[in-house]
Design a protein around this ligand. Structure first.
Ligand code: SF4
Ligand code: SF4
Length: 427
């Protein structure tokens, strides 16, 4: 695509990077067919190609974002299905991240939006406050039907009862149960440790059982994705993590940084790009990104032990967008589940988002619910006993629309190789 930026505009590193992305798009429109919002709404401006035109026009003219542009960019899930489909290698994620930054700088959202965005961006990365907010939300439940749609959506996603916080998420080192073959850091995360601490517990058991020493590094917290992909400050969270993991790399050394929430994995793998122009930290960011691996990538490298409890349960594997489109991880989780003795089912339309998409289901509940219901109908068509996914956002979203148990892939791998049966899975 031909672009018309001035040299002064291109002096800005963000615009410069966006221009390079724009130039790779050849307007072919292949991406429209796999874009969930285009599939649902049928509007070219809600397709990747339409959004690319809107962003190009806004940036080339150094124009403040208009309500029309904001509407269509806000409707984008950042699911990155378009990146999997695009034959020209358009890096849509970097383009839309830059567009969102421009929107936040130039567009004043209505007051309610600003309060909601601000509250989510502040609370979710802070587990103690997030827990408090989740507990308080119970008080509002009886009045849900009198509240605005987006507040109702938040209440619907909040679990009725929260599990107690896990001491395993504090900074510490877990020794390998057998002779150590790797030393890895685990991202203990933010929202996940409040909503489902059993996922980190299962991850630590699985890794130590397979010869890993596992470090929860002091100072590591939210990966920054929640704010970064909304045009807000994700860099301060990312910087803190890079510094904390760099200390571990210099002290005990790390063979990998293990991530069990694929949304976070996509972002940590992008730290190198996020800090590319910061000489103070760019090299350390690049090293951290190169060490970042999803838990299923690490377990595929190690090789799963023969299952102690092979369960021939039928598992519908839901591939999170951040897993398949963001990180290109498609076969490893399914192969591991098969090796663990499960019957793995591939629901139709597996490339389409479930509607979770970070905080999307809170900000765009109408579209998110349509996508969730479509996802669940596809899952049910395979007649599974349970659902597995590698991202807490998807697990939470899907669980609100089905009676089937939805668990993290790692909980099933842990169960099969000697860990406890996941509480959500019936005996
Ligand atoms: S990220 Fe997803 S919703 Fe956004 S344009 Fe690409 S395919 Fe469509
Ligand atoms: S498939 Fe790629 S090159 Fe074609 S319109 Fe979409 S983003 Fe542009």
């Amino acid at each position: 695509m031909q672009t018309n930026f001035t040299l002064a505009q291109l002096a800005d590193p963000g615009t410069n990077a966006a221009e390079k992305v724009l130039r790779t798009c050849v307007h072919c429109g292949f991406c429209t067919a796999t874009c969930p919002t285009y599939v649902l709404l049928g509007d070219e401006l809600d397709s990747p190609r339409g959004r690319i035109y809107l962003i190009k026009d806004m940036l080339e003219n150094s124009r403040p974002a208009t309500p029309e542009v904001v509407k269509h960019i806000d409707r984008c899930l950042s699911c990155l299905s378009c990146m999997s489909t695009c034959p020209s290698g358009v890096h849509y994620m970097h383009l839309v991240d830059h567009a969102r930054l421009h929107i936040e700088k130039t567009y004043k959202r209505p007051l309610f939006d600003r309060i909601q965005w601000g509250a989510l961006g502040y609370l979710i990365p802070r587990p103690r406050l997030f827990r408090l907010a989740m507990q308080s939300s119970r008080l509002a439940r009886p009045f849900a039907r009198f509240l605005p749609g987006r507040i109702r959506a938040s209440l619907a996603l909040a679990p009725a009862k929260l599990p107690p916080s896990s001491i395993l998420d504090r900074p510490q080192v877990f020794k390998s149960e057998i002779q150590r073959s790797r030393r890895v850091a685990l991202l203990s995360g933010c929202a996940q440790q409040v909503l489902a601490p059993e996922i980190n517990q299962a991850t630590i058991r699985l890794l130590t059982r397979h010869g890993c020493e596992v470090v929860i590094a002091d100072g590591v917290g939210c990966c920054g994705a929640i704010n970064h992909h909304r045009g807000r400050d994700g860099h301060s969270y990312a910087r803190r993590n890079i510094l904390a993991w760099s200390r571990e790399i210099n002290n005990g050394g790390l063979d990998a940084i293990v991530i069990n929430t694929s949304g976070c994995g996509t972002t940590v793998k992008d730290y190198g790009f996020m800090f590319r122009d910061d000489p103070d930290i760019s090299e350390r960011a690049r090293i951290v990104s190169s060490l970042a691996k999803d838990i299923t990538e690490v377990m595929s490298e190690i090789g799963l032990q023969a299952p102690a409890n092979p369960s021939r349960r039928r598992v519908a594997y839901h591939s999170a967008c951040s897993m398949q489109h963001g990180q290109g991880i498609r076969e490893q989780p399914k192969q591991l589940l098969k090796n663990a003795g499960f019957i793995v089912l591939d629901p139709p339309e597996s490339h389409l988002c479930c509607g979770s998409a970070g905080t999307y289901n809170l900000m765009q509940p109408g579209i998110a619910t349509q996508l969730r219901d479509r996802k669940i109908a596809n899952i049910h068509s395979t007649s599974p006993d349970l659902i597995a996914a590698g991202n807490i956002g998807c697990i939470t979203q899907i669980s609100t629309g089905t009676a089937l148990p939805a668990v993290h892939t790692v909980e099933l791998l842990d169960w099969a190789t000697g860990g406890p049966r996941p509480a959500a899975v019936p005996a």
